[in-house]
Design a protein around this ligand. Structure first.
Ligand code: SF4
Ligand code: MG
Length: 322
């Protein structure tokens, strides 16, 4: 397997404002993503897991070109996506697609499903209306919808069907990589399982790669080949799914696993997550997890731990782990 996409030292900052104006001096920015590096192989599902606000979605949006990164690189087919302008990025849109948590909000409510999907094909150069119709119906079937949905409106679908439609609109132009940002988080557990199984099947059939973003460690475990645990804009641990669950090393990963109330998933006692992520400013130093870590020492406060490989394919950023 070779790397389909490689993210190196990615950085994205936002200016920070409070309710009564700026809470920091004018030069303060919050780092949503800081020095983030990982790669995704051909045909692989890489799961990005972490609490809300850790920078997962910003990372996904940077990869699909919806957010411009401030630093670092995203290498795809020898091109750095961060350096492309909109026009240069356009041909790659076809290859890198996104599925959102709420697909309905991204769909035009006044248009029929067949027209919505057909328009995507038209924008990407499919001129023949019959050909488009055929392709739309084929895609609807792929995601478990049917020809009968062609003339329906998005609001006539159930929550699960809407997400299937969101997946159809990402798949219809034949991408190489899909970024799924919490695509099942708003659904009932039984529907979640159906959609996840469908994604796994489709991925095998179409040989696409996936970046799967979720706060739900159970979902991430189910779907991912490798997992990156993200905290405060950067990775704290990365390993194959099997290794991460057999041997979690970072205190944050352990805390995440302990917060899952399902003994079949973790075999551990349940402890709710405590503490909050601080704001990561540009002047940030030390370990990102310092204020919540039960093992924190003085060194952790001033010295940022290196994200290093501790065994083959298993990386950890913690002074305590070597
Ligand atoms: Fe905890 Fe220190 Fe390790 Fe950070 S570096 S996770 S504060 S022990
Ligand atoms: Mg998010």
């Amino acid at each position: 397997m070779s790397h389909l996409i490689e993210i190196n030292g990615l950085k994205k900052t936002f200016p920070v404002y409070g309710k009564t104006g700026k809470i920091f001096s004018q030069k303060e920015y919050m780092c949503a993503v800081d020095n983030l590096s990982f790669y995704i192989e051909e045909g692989e599902t890489y799961g990005l897991v972490g609490e809300s606000g850790c920078g997962k979605s910003t990372t996904g949006r940077a990869i699909v070109g919806l957010t411009k990164a401030d630093g670092g690189s995203i290498l795809y087919k020898g091109k750095d996506l961060c350096k492309l302008n909109d026009k240069q990025f356009r041909p790659l849109r076809k290859e890198i697609q996104m599925v959102f948590q709420n697909a309905l909000s991204a769909l035009n409510p006044r248009r029929r499903i067949g027209d919505i999907l057909g328009e995507i094909l038209e924008i990407h150069g499919m001129k023949d209306a019959d050909e488009r119709r055929e392709q739309v119906i084929e895609t609807l079937k792929k995601v478990g919808l049917s020809e009968e949905h062609y003339f329906r409106f998005p609001h006539e679908l159930s929550g699960g069907q809407v997400q299937r439609l969101g997946i159809a609109s990402a798949l219809i132009i034949g991408p190489r990589l899909i970024v799924c940002d919490e695509p099942v988080s708003a659904l009932d557990v039984s529907i979640q399982a159906q959609i996840l199984n469908m994604l796994i099947e489709l991925q095998k059939e179409l040989r696409i790669s996936m970046l799967f973003i979720s706060h739900d460690i159970g979902v991430i475990r189910f779907i991912s080949d490798r997992i990156g645990v993200m905290y405060l804009g950067t990775l704290t641990e990365e390993a194959s799914t099997e290794t991460l669950f057999a041997n979690p090393l970072h205190p944050y990963t352990k805390m995440l696993f302990d917060a899952v109330p399902d003994p079949y998933i973790t075999n551990r006692e349940f402890h709710a997550l405590t503490g909050e992520q601080p704001v990561r400013t540009q002047a940030f130093q030390g370990c990102a997890f310092y204020n919540r870590c039960p093992y924190a020492s003085d060194r952790c406060k001033i010295e940022t731990p290196e994200f290093k490989e501790v065994e083959s394919g298993h990386k950890v950023a913690c002074h305590m782990v070597s």
